[in-house]
Design a protein around this ligand. Structure first.
Ligand code: ADP
Ligand code: MG
Length: 325
């Protein structure tokens, strides 16, 4: 069987294309040179088999998602990704009789990194249950970092993309629905797209953003807590995909399950606020990036997160998100 060092050499020694990397894998540390006039933003996320993705998820999908969930955090603050480290724990079965798993993982991993001009600069390789921890690092201008504590009363609240596809995709996979009309939801579950390019430009208009990986209710709640304000959200303006609508027609007596859509998480979209005067600019920016963008409500001074239905009736919503414990 391959040793740890054989595995690193064969599967995790990619060509380093960035010239700000002095030294990547091979020594005790990586050595990099951040640009002098920028700030460095650092984030970490772990994916554990059976917890953050179903056990039968493909090697390619795991590689893709592990990077994207981290890039989504960088995007939420408007950072441009540059470097990552990878700590991977592998069961013997995937190394011993199934080297094609590592091959597939490695190829997909390298291809996503190349697409975003990111270099893998180091990591750790251990034996154990399948688990992937990535640390992603990126840059931003000091005065152009979006933070969750910067929402202001009267700001408009936007979300990118559609909400709830990840939750529906997960339900379809776990319950073996085998319905090809739900494939777009499964695709969203396994291949989320971090809104990196959009976010890099959004920083010109927005001071406040968060990624809604734990669901809109929980993550918008974090933003409101941090910003000491409230929000009114109009449920009819929440963007839902055709596949999600089909799911509710076919499998839920045509009743929308808002709790599934807004609290289960696994949507790697951004929720952000802007002053009204920037609405046209931000909507044009989304068009430029071919991104669905929806204004879903407004920041208030109430300290409450309130959801209204299409009759303008206040809907009592369980304030829960994906719970890690
Ligand atoms: P150390 O004993 O100093 O902790 P390791 O033996 O864990 O170093 O790793 C040897 C080198 O290989 C280090 O430079 C480390 O960053 C790199 N490395 C280990 N695992 C990975 C991985 N999965 N991906 C990329 N680089 C890795
Ligand atoms: Mg080590």
């Amino acid at each position: 069987m391959d040793s740890e060092f054989d595995i690193i050499k064969k599967y995790f020694s990619f060509e380093v294309l960035r010239d700000d990397v002095e030294l990547a894998g091979g020594d005790d540390c990586a050595v990099v040179s951040p640009p002098v006039n920028k700030q460095l933003l650092i984030t970490t996320d772990t994916l554990i088999s059976g917890v953050h993705f179903p056990q039968n998820t493909s090697a390619q999908d795991i590689a893709y998602k592990a990077i994207m969930v981290n890039l989504s955090d960088l995007a939420a603050m408007g950072a441009t990704p540059a470097w990552i480290t990878l700590a991977i724990s592998l069961p013997v079965s995937l190394v011993e009789n199934n080297e094609s798993w590592l091959q597939a993982f490695s190829q997909q991993f390298n291809s996503v990194l190349s697409k975003f001009n990111i270099s893998l600069i180091g990591g750790d390789t251990t034996k154990g249950a399948l688990s992937i921890t990535i640390q992603a690092m990126g840059f931003a201008d000091k005065d152009k970092i979006m933070r969750r504590d910067k929402a202001e009363i009267g700001d408009k609240i936007y979300v990118t993309g559609v909400l709830g596809d990840g939750a529906i995709g997960l339900y379809a996979v776990l319950n073996n629905l085998n319905d090809e009309k739900l494939l777009p939801c499964i695709q969203k579950l396994n291949r989320p797209e971090a809104r990196v390019k959009f976010a890099e430009e959004l920083v010109s208009y927005s001071k406040c953003a968060i990624d809604i990986s734990d669901g809109l209710v929980a993550d918008l709640g974090h933003m409101l807590d941090a910003s000491c304000c409230g929000a009114q959200i109009l449920l009819p303006s929440i963007p839902i995909s055709h596949s999600a609508q089909y799911y509710f027609q076919q499998y839920n007596k045509n009743i929308l399950d808002w709790s599934m859509l807004l609290t289960q998480g696994d949507d790697y979209e951004l929720c952000f606020t802007i002053n009204q005067m920037h609405q046209a600019d931000v909507e044009n920016l989304a068009k430029k990036h071919k991104l669905t963008l929806s204004c879903i409500g407004e920041i208030t001074d109430s300290r409450e997160l309130e959801f209204y239905d299409k009759e303008n009736k206040l809907i009592d919503f369980p304030a829960t998100g994906f719970k890690h414990f």
